[in-house]
Design a protein around this ligand. Structure first.
Ligand code: WTA
Length: 630
C-alpha cells in the first residue's frame, strides 16, 4: 500500500484526493483483495445521506486481515496478549494460529445457526478471543456489536435489545488491576431482559465460579473442540454491515453507529499505514479497549490489514505500578505506541522514577487519541517517553468517522503541540459560523464539519436512518457535523477545542449529559437534575451534577454516594459524577429550558461573569447555586 513519505508528497496527494476523490480512493483500494471489483467508487451525497463506496464489489475483510498474510507472514506474530498480571506469561498468536482460531470459531458460529446479517453482542475482556470473536463474525457476515466490558447490565440490556442480538459472547471474569469484574454475572443479570438472545457463549478465562444455564449457556471450548480450522470466507457486498458500535450523543439513548465493509476496510487500512508511518515487521501497541472504536480500527482491523504485530493489553497503566506501560514497551520492543491523553496525564504526576530501568529505545512513533491533549502533557510525552526523538501523532476522529480524519502523518507533517494539524487525504474539513456558513481563511474558529464523503464514514444508525440524518446532517445542510469546536491557525493547522454539544468527554469516554441525568433522576428522592462537564486535571473533563430533591435529605453525603452508585449501576462506573451539588432550583428560562451555560460556568468555578441572566424565570436560584458550589 502506498505510503506518503514527504510533506511535499502529502500536499500533492491531498490535492489530488480532493480534485479526483474517486480516482484517488480506487487506487488505494487496488491494494486490497477483492472477490469482485466495484462498479462505482462513490455514490450518493450529504444532501440525500445515501453514501455508498465501492458499490458492486465483493470481499471479505478477514481474508484481507488473515488469509492474505498467511503466505509470507504465517509464522509472524499477529497478536501479543499482555496480561493484567505481569508475572503471568504473555501469549502470542501467529497469523497462522489466528487464522485457524478465527476459522474454528466462525465454523462454530455457523453450526449454531448464526447467519449473515445476524447481530452478535461481544462483551469481552481484553483477550485475543475478543478479537477472534469479532473476526469470526466478519468472516461469516454476522454484524458484531462490541459492548465495552465496563458497561453495566442495564446498558448491556439496552444495547442488546436495540439491535436485537441473537447471541452474546463473554468470559467468566477478568481482573483489571486488583479488581475482579464478574462479566458472566453481569451478563446473567442482563439476559433476564433480552428475549432476542438464544445463546450465551462463555470463554473460560479465569476459572471463576459461574453458573451455566443449561441449553442457553455454552462453553467456547466445547464449540471449537471439533470445529475445522479451515473456513471459506463468505462473500460480502461492499455495503454489507460490518459492525455496530454504540455511542453517546446530545439526546436520547446511545446510538448504534453502523459501519459497512469495503469503505471501512480501505480507510482504516490506509490510515493505519500512513498516520503511524508503519514499517514492515514493527510492533504496534494501542492501549484502547476493543469496546471502543479505537480498539476496532487501530488495535484489530488496521494493524491486521497491514500484517502488523498488534498488542492487546489487558491491564491498566497503574498496575502493579505506574511503570507498567514502559515495562510493556521494553518487554515487547514496541515501535509504535498509541494511547489517550488521560493516561499520559495520570502518569505525569509520578515523576521520573517510573522510567527507571526501562528501555524505551525501540519506540519510533507515538500517538494520542480520544480528547484534546494539553501542551504540558504533550511535552511530557515527547520528552520522557519519546526522548524528543519520536513524532507524536495527535489523531482526531470519532466512532462515526471509522478512522482518523485529522492528524499529522508521522515523520511527514511538521508538528505543533496540541494540534491535530492537517486532514488526511480525502478529508475536507470546514469550520462553520453561527449563521451556518463556511468560514474562510486562517486564524479562525468555528464548528467543525466535513464537506465530502470519505470511505470510512458510518452509513447509518442501526434501525433508524432518520436519526442518523437528523443527528449529523441537519445542523448544516449538506455537511457532516462532528459536534466538535475547532480552531484553524495562521498555518491552516487544526486544533480541536472540544465538544460544542451536550456530550462530555471523561478520560476519553464519550458520555451524554442526558444519559447521566436520566440515571440520576431514577433515584427515588431526586426530582430533577442537570449535568455538565468541568475541567479536570487528569480526566480532561469531570462530571458535575446539580440535583433537586423532593424532600429534605438528612445526610447529603449519603445521598451523593447513593447517586454515584446508581449511575454506576445504570451506565457504568466511568460515568459516576465527580461532584454533586444538591440545589433547590435550576436556572430555567421562562419556557422551561435549563440554561446550561450558567451551570457550566459555575462548575468551572468561574462565576465572575455569568452573562445575561435576565431571561431566567427566577434569577435568585443562580445566587443560591453559586453560594453552594462544590
Ligand atoms: C474527541 C474516539 C481532540 C472529540 C476516536 C470527538 C478528540 C470525540 C481527539 C470522539 C483528538 C477524539 N483531539 N479531541 N485527537 N480525538 N476527540 O467517538 O470530541 O469515542 O468528537 O472516538 O472525542 O469520541 P469517540
Amino acid at each position: 500500500m502506498k505510503q506518503i513519505s514527504t510533506f511535499e508528497e502529502y500536499k500533492a496527494e491531498y490535492k489530488r484526493s480532493v480534485e479526483q476523490p474517486e480516482q484517488f480512493w480506487s487506487e488505494v483500494a487496488e491494494d486490497f483483495e477483492w472477490k469482485k471489483k466495484w462498479n462505482t467508487v462513490l455514490d450518493g451525497n450529504f444532501e440525500q445521506v445515501n453514501i455508498k463506496w465501492f458499490d458492486g464489489a465483493e470481499l471479505n475483510i478477514t481474508e484481507n486481515c488473515l488469509d492474505r498474510n498467511l503466505k509470507e507472514k504465517g509464522n509472524q506474530t499477529a497478536i501479543i496478549w499482555e496480561p493484567n498480571d505481569p508475572n503471568e506469561k504473555f501469549r502470542t498468536l501467529t497469523y497462522k494460529e489466528l487464522h485457524a482460531e478465527v476459522c474454528r470459531f466462525a465454523n462454530a458460529l455457523k453450526n449454531l445457526g448464526v447467519n449473515k446479517g445476524d447481530r452478535i453482542c461481544i462483551y469481552m475482556p481484553m483477550i485475543p478471543e475478543g478479537a477472534i470473536a469479532m473476526l469470526a463474525c466478519a468472516r461469516i457476515g454476522a454484524i458484531h456489536s462490541v459492548v465495552f466490558a465496563g458497561f453495566s447490565a442495564a446498558s448491556l440490556i439496552d444495547r442488546i435489545n436495540d439491535s436485537q442480538c441473537s447471541f452474546v459472547i463473554t468470559a467468566d471474569a477478568v481482573y483489571r488491576g486488583e479488581k475482579k469484574i464478574e462479566l458472566k454475572k453481569i451478563v446473567d443479570e442482563a439476559l433476564l431482559q433480552t428475549p432476542s438472545i438464544k445463546n450465551c457463549i462463555v470463554f473460560n478465562h479465569r476459572d471463576s465460579a459461574i453458573e451455566m444455564k443449561p441449553e442457553r449457556d455454552l462453553w467456547w471450548k466445547d464449540l471449537v473442540k471439533d470445529a475445522s480450522a479451515e473456513h471459506a470466507a463468505g462473500s460480502m457486498n461492499a455495503e454489507d454491515p460490518l459492525f455496530i458500535l454504540y455511542t453517546s450523543g446530545s439526546t436520547g439513548k446511545p446510538k448504534g453507529v453502523l459501519h459497512t465493509t469495503a469503505g471501512y476496510m480501505v480507510y482504516v487500512g490506509y490510515t493505519f499505514k500512513n498516520v503511524f508511518n508503519y514499517k514492515e515487521g514493527e510492533v504496534f501497541c494501542c492501549t484502547a479497549d476493543i469496546g471502543w472504536v479505537t480498539g476496532h480500527s487501530y488495535l484489530v482491523y488496521g494493524p491486521l490489514l497491514n500484517g502488523a504485530t498488534t498488542i492487546m493489553f489487558e491491564g491498566t497503566p497503574a498496575y502493579p505500578d505506574h511503570g507498567r506501560f514502559w515495562d510493556m514497551i521494553d518487554k515487547h520492543r514496541v515501535n509504535i505506541f498509541y494511547t489517550a491523553p488521560t493516561a499520559i496525564r495520570s502518569l505525569q504526576a509520578h515523576g521520573n522514577e517510573i522510567f527507571k530501568n526501562k528501555n524505551l529505545s525501540s519506540l519510533r512513533v507515538l500517538g494520542t487519541v480520544g480528547e484534546p491533549i494539553n501542551e504540558e502533557a504533550w511535552h511530557w510525552y515527547n520528552e520522557n517517553v519519546g526522548k524528543s526523538n519520536c513524532p507524536i501523532v495527535d489523531t482526531w476522529w470519532q466512532t462515526e468517522t471509522g478512522g482518523v480524519l485529522i492528524s499529522p502523518i508521522a515523520n511527514v507533517t511538521p508538528l505543533k503541540p496540541s494540534f491535530a494539524t492537517l486532514p488526511m487525504p480525502g478529508v475536507q474539513p470546514v469550520l462553520m459560523n453561527g449563521d451556518g456558513e463556511e468560514i474562510s481563511g486562517n486564524g479562525v474558529e468555528g464548528n467543525l464539519c466535513i464537506k465530502f464523503p470519505w470511505p470510512g464514514m458510518a452509513r447509518t444508525v442501526f434501525g433508524d436512518h432518520e436519526r442518523f440524518r437528523q443527528t449529523y446532517f441537519s445542523t448544516y445542510k449538506g455537511y457532516y457535523f462532528t459536534g466538535d469546536g475547532c480552531k484553524r491557525d495562521e498555518d491552516g493547522y487544526y486544533r480541536i477545542t472540544g465538544r460544542v454539544d451536550d456530550v462530555i468527554n471523561v478520560s476519553g469516554h464519550r458520555i451524554g449529559t442526558g444519559e447521566v441525568e436520566d440515571a440520576i433522576d431514577e433515584h427515588n428522592v431526586v426530582v430533577e437534575s442537570a449535568v455538565v462537564g468541568f475541567p479536570h486535571d487528569i480526566k480532561g473533563q469531570g462530571i458535575y451534577a446539580f440535583v433537586i430533591c423532593d424532600k429534605k435529605v438528612d445526610d447529603d453525603e449519603v445521598l451523593r454516594k447513593e447517586i454515584r452508585e446508581h449511575v454506576s449501576k445504570v451506565i457504568g462506573a466511568f460515568a459516576r459524577p465527580d461532584k454533586i451539588q444538591i440545589v433547590k432550583g435550576l436556572p430555567k428560562t421562562r419556557s422551561g429550558k435549563i440554561m446550561r451555560r450558567i451551570l457550566r460556568k459555575i462548575a468551572e468555578g468561574d462565576t465572575s461573569n455569568l452573562g445575561d441572566t435576565t431571561t431566567l424565570l427566577d434569577p435568585a436560584v443562580v445566587d443560591e447555586i453559586k453560594a453552594g458550589a462544590v
